[in-house]
Design a protein around this ligand. Structure first.
Ligand SMILES: Nc1ncnc2c1ncn2[C@@H]1O[C@H](COP(=O)(O)OP(=O)(O)O)[C@@H](O)[C@H]1O
Ligand SMILES: [Mg+2]
Length: 449
């Protein structure tokens, strides 16, 4: 029989608790919450005495979970696993919980808290006494100096007014060691205007992702750790693949966390070229859950955290792409040199002008240009109604870089397509003029990986 239930989005924390409680713990990956809290709770086996909620769940998820669990398993003890932060009191007010536990708390403190809560639940008649499992962890840390349980746990007969619970949370500080220095910090963007660059195209396969990835890479050379690349190509986003990254979370989770900067930071994937990525939703079902307005809120939030926000979009002008363009300072429009694409781009411009959503700065990229196709670059302007700003030749280097999982401008800086993409980067940030040395060092650092 499992005694404890953990619902969390942190694989690391899950592994730690499994090691600590082994057969006494069942886990429910937070990802299941996407399908609805009821469905997730359906998966819970037995009747756990205590549910640990977190880390990395949103306030809304935690609240609904604690309510649903209390309904299905009356008497269940609820522990919220979360750092103590300024908003913790809101959580205490909103979520029916018995204790708050820092994910950084030592094993001994964690065990001790759960054992004491468990004892109290049994004494209060809310849970059956645990069956001996023969798999008990060593009873260490019995007299660990935990006062928080004493304060947070009150036998029901002695429940005071709820406000008392909120103030008692202060005690959690005792259990929270100073957070370890993060590996990276976001540079302060205070005072500098953030540029939000949406990369759009009326059709797929024109080179949006190639431009978005290389823009982020080039901008990160001038603004290291201050660039975030969002893969908002909801159905076919492939930035994680092109950059050879493992993505367990993506845009759907980030949109959910739009109000919580700290949570957003935990969802970012860092690329070793000094920028951050929010990958595309992991499934079409998840993509469907993304509300365009909330995506707009996420873009706004990221704009307060980063110097540059680069957004790869879904082809065409669906709601999400319009949202991205609406929030963008710069629109990069990618087209190939074919009559159909050029005409589609013209129609797109006309529509954006009508809607008043054409970003302030506009860059037209004519991509994968090659000879002998019946059209020449000069044919583009009359069809689009505006002159292309950057001409990128077709080059095998683009595919080679994608297959190597390395951004083109670093995989082969001398490739003609790479040189053209640099011109685009410099249109956004004229300082993005890396020295030859920097390019070489970066190419080499990829080779050794
Ligand atoms: N300038 C180019 N030369 C050669 N191949 C290119 C070029 N630009 C893009 N490609 C290739 O075309 C395909 C589509 O490009 P991609 O950037 O993924 O487009 P989108 O994101 O618009 O669908 C990819 O296989 C990419 O490697
Ligand atoms: Mg793409």
């Amino acid at each position: 029989m499992t005694r404890y239930l953990l619902v969390s989005r942190s694989a690391e924390y899950e592994t730690r608790l499994r090691r600590l409680f082994r057969a006494r713990l069942q886990t429910l990956p937070g990802e299941y919450l996407t399908f609805g809290v009821d469905e997730a709770v359906d998966r819970v086996r037995d009747t756990p005495a205590i549910a640990l909620l977190g880390p990395l769940l949103t306030l809304r998820e935690t609240k609904t979970l604690s309510e649903t669990l209390a309904e299905r398993h009356p008497g269940i003890g609820v522990v919220v696993v979360r750092e103590q932060r300024a908003d913790l009191e809101d959580w205490v007010e909103e979520v029916g919980m018995h204790a708050v536990l820092s994910p950084e708390a030592t094993d001994a403190a964690t065990e001790s808290l759960l054992e004491r809560l468990d004892d109290w639940l049994v004494t209060a008649g809310r849970a059956e006494a645990p069956e001996p499992t023969g798999d008990e962890a060593d009873p260490q840390g019995e007299d660990a100096t935990i006062s928080l349980v004493d304060l947070l746990l009150k036998p029901e007969s002695a429940v005071e007014e709820p406000a008392a619970v909120a103030t008692s949370v202060d005690v959690v500080t005792e259990e929270v060691p100073e957070p370890a220095e993060p590996e990276w910090t976001l540079p302060d963007v205070g005072g500098v205007r953030t540029e939000v660059i949406a990369v759009a195209a009326p059709k797929g396969g024109q080179g949006k992702t190639t431009m978005a990835v290389n823009l982020a890479t080039g901008l990160a050379e001038v603004a290291p750790n201050s660039v975030v690349l969002i893969d908002a190509d909801l159905q076919f986003g492939d930035i994680a693949n092109v950059l050879d990254l493992e993505a367990t979370r993506g845009l759907a989770e980030a949109v959910d966390a739009a109000d919580d900067e700290v949570l957003i930071k935990t969802l970012l994937i860092r690329h070793h070229d000094d920028f951050f990525i929010i990958p595309a939703p992991r499934s079409p079902e998840l993509a469907d859950t993304i509300d365009p307005a909330r995506m707009g809120a996420l873009i706004n939030r990221l704009a307060t955290m980063f110097r540059y926000v680069v957004i790869d979009t879904t082809p065409g002008l669906g709601e999400h792409t319009l949202t991205a363009l609406e929030h963008a300072t710069d629109g990069v429009f990618v087209t190939s040199l074919t009559v159909a694409s050029l005409r589609a781009l013209r129609t797109e411009f006309e529509l954006l002008v009508t809607l008043g959503l054409l970003p302030q700065n506009r860059h037209i990229v004519l991509n994968a240009v090659e000879k002998n196709t019946g059209l020449v670059v000069a044919d583009a302007e009359p069809i689009i109604g505006a002159a292309p700003d950057v001409i990128v030749p077709r080059s095998s280097g683009v595919l080679l870089a994608a297959n190597a999982g390395v951004p083109l401008i670093h995989n082969d800086p001398r490739d003609p397509a790479a040189k053209a993409v640099r011109i685009l980067v410099q249109r956004i940030d004229p300082d993005a003029y890396p020295t030859r040395r920097r390019i070489h060092r970066r190419s080499r650092s990829h080779e050794s990986q």
